[in-house]
Design a protein around this ligand. Sequence first.
Ligand code: CP
Ligand code: NVA
Length: 313
Amino acid sequence: MICKDFLSMADLTADEIAALLADAARLKKNRRPSETLAGKSLGMIFQKPSTRTAVSFAVAMYELGGMALTLSEQQLQLKRGETLADTARTLSRYLSGIMIRAHRHDDVEVLARYADVPVINGLTDREHPCQVLADLLTVMEGFHLKNVAGLKKLSIAYVGDGNNMAQSWLLASALLGLELTVASPKGYAPAVGVQRQAAALSARSGGRIRCVVDPLDAVAGAHVVYTDVWTSMGQESEAVQRRKIFRPYQVNDALLKRADRRAIVLHCLPAHRDEEITAGVLEGPQSMVFQQAENRLHVQKAVLTKFLACRPG
Ligand code: CP
Ligand code: NVA
């Protein structure tokens, strides 16, 4: 069996995404402990804090009969200068897979190059693909869709910083042939390389993806309104400036009124109330954010089952 990494949404095909979401939905419907990953172990390296990713991966491993080890950077020799390559080769001798949350996507690619076991991206500066799988499942639930094909009928608006969340959404939409508009301030759009990659994938899938500046343009008639923090982890020194620049991108009642009346609101969390989203909208009837957070668990189980299957023990 071939070991595969999951570093980017684009590591999956549309069919693989559909299968993962179907598996996640099935696992959610029938949540009970199993022995699917008995004897398997997952190392979880964290260079940044986490609530949802850390806990959902750990509980997913437990409920699948395996075990997860939390490895904060502070406790690893990485902190004292051991290379990622040596860390990857050592950990591969013990573990069945590695999940990593890292500052730099390039570092995760190095880790994956040297690891003999699958490496899963638990968020980098470039992407957060596991989150977007959970988001897609939530949208399907929100609109009672039986399969991913139904997503093609929806218009999705992403409002805010064009970084990791927006970039994984662009690639997912491009792979699945969805309609997505990302609205970000000038200078904060998704990376040109990711936009190009998404455009190329979208040309094949029939997707309709756009990156714009005007949040009203993105949200007009949208069925899904998505936002994320204005200041991501590691960018804290830019927080004051970002609060000014992103002000017109707040998801509030006025913006939401422009969306389809059945629109759902998503946020990957953690949220900063009354910054990128008002408390009223976050807690309001259109918000599905905690169902979305729960779905991390079910999706993680599907992801782990698929990717950790490649190595015995
Ligand atoms: N959405 C998400 O990844 O949350 P955490 O940072 O808590 O893991
Ligand atoms: N863009 C955010 C996502 C958190 C889940 C960050 O990188 O901090």
